[in-house]
Design a protein around this ligand. Structure first.
Ligand SMILES: [Fe+2]
Ligand SMILES: [Fe+2]
Length: 199
């Protein structure tokens, strides 16, 4: 299949545009959350934004290596509501991640496989799996925030300050870290401190 007339060329450009925009939306969300002193959630968006940049690069490299040149696409891309608060940012990010991982990239992978671009198909599949973890992580944070469990739990739990690294044990996190005096928003449940746990 000639790459220049393939659906895969278009799909790669759509994916590049989608990843690039997700990276920017997450960076905007990070700034919004920093302003609200929700530093841990801001860091989750930064962490994820950096990964979206890498996804964008992988798709862009395929376009470059196949000599795509100017590539026209027609697609809809999301815009968050103006009044979006922390829960809304997390939920809207989770919904977009889910759409990418469950619908868009599996379809792009199938098209690439049908057109004979096995490596591109593999990359769409691998990145779909990553977006699945992104979606679950955002969703879990939204749940904790909504239920008031982001900084408090029924049982005694260990929490870590992402600013200074202090680990405390208790049923809730104080307003300020006892060691660095940073805001509560720096804290995360220790068992969630490894973002990679959300698979
Ligand atoms: Fe991505
Ligand atoms: Fe993602």
């Amino acid at each position: 299949m000639d790459f220049m007339t393939s659906k895969t060329r278009e799909n790669l450009m759509r994916a590049f545009a989608g990843e690039s925009q997700a990276r920017n939306r997450y960076t905007f969300a990070q700034a919004q959350l920093i302003a609200q002193k929700q530093f841990m959630l801001a860091d989750l968006f930064r962490f994820t934004a950096d990964q979206e940049k890498e996804h964008a690069r992988i798709f862009y490299d395929h376009l470059k290596q196949n000599g795509a040149g100017d590539t026209q696409i027609q697609a809809a891309f999301p815009v968050d509501e103006d009044s979006c608060d922390a829960v809304c940012l997390l939920e809207s990010a989770a919904a977009h991640e889910r759409k990418e991982s469950c619908e868009i990239y599996p379809a792009f992978a199938q098209a690439a496989r049908d057109e004979g671009f096995a490596q591109i198909a593999q990359d769409f599949e691998n990145i779909a799996a990553i977006e699945n973890t992104h979606g679950k992580r955002f969703e879990r944070m939204a749940q904790l925030l909504k239920s008031g469990e982001l900084f408090a739990g029924g049982e005694s739990t260990q929490w870590i300050c992402l600013n200074c690294g202090y680990i405390l044990e208790g049923t809730q996190v104080p307003q300020n870290c006892p060691v660095c005096h940073g805001e509560q928003g720096y804290y995360i449940r220790l068992d969630m401190a490894d973002w990679g746990l959300y698979r």
